[in-house]
Design a protein around this ligand. Structure first.
Ligand code: CO
Length: 188
């Protein structure tokens, strides 16, 4: 079982290693890993389980964070509809994801980003594309998908795909002026 005790922490070479493509159909071993990562993300948002098993709440996790340098990541984001109480869950188990297009328009989280693998504070804006289109095999639906995402969901997906390329969120923070405003970016 994945817990905060087993998640790989920065600095560790595993987090800086480019991940290998996964061959399809998925092996039993790869499916098992995706299931474990999915379970972590789902359980981490259940207060009781999070407390019991030492799980930090997460909206995503990538294979290198559990010690495997393969292109696999889970994204699980709940978006609140602006006009109603409705909450929609966007959940993907992406294998070999590729960003095929991205907007010039940028966005960033107003409080900066966080990561299960990073315990040291790294404050500042992480500017990312506002809209992206991603091609991947999705284990949850067992098909090749092309997904379009914007705003928060797009940020999470870009954060996770970065992990597969050995990139961590603070790599994107402006070194001398971490809260540098970008007039072309939207803060979320
Ligand atoms: Co992360």
């Amino acid at each position: 079982m994945i817990t905060m005790d087993t998640i790989i922490k920065d600095p560790n070479e595993i987090l800086r290693t480019k991940c290998e493509k996964v061959s399809l159909p998925l092996s039993v071993e790869d499916k098992d890993l995706l299931e474990k990562m999915l379970k972590y993300v789902r359980d981490s948002r259940n207060e009781e389980l999070a407390e019991k098993y030492n799980l930090m709440p997460a909206v995503g996790i990538a294979a290198p964070q559990v010690g495997v340098n393969k292109q696999m990541t889970i994204v699980s984001v709940e978006e609140h509809d602006a006009n109603s109480e409705q909450v929609t869950l966007y959940e993907y188990a992406l294998v070999n994801p590729v960003i095929v297009s991205k907007s010039e328009k940028k966005c960033a989280l107003s409080n900066g980003e966080g990561c299960l693998s990073i315990t040291a504070p790294h404050e500042g804006y992480v500017y990312r594309s506002m809209r992206i289109k991603v091609k991947a095999y999705d284990y949850l639906t067992d098909q090749q998908i092309t997904l379009s995402a914007s705003g928060y969901l797009a940020i999470v997906i870009q954060h996770e795909i970065d992990h597969l390329n050995g990139i961590l969120f603070y790599d994107h923070i402006h070194e001398s002026d971490p809260w540098l405003e970008d007039e072309n970016a939207i803060l979320i």
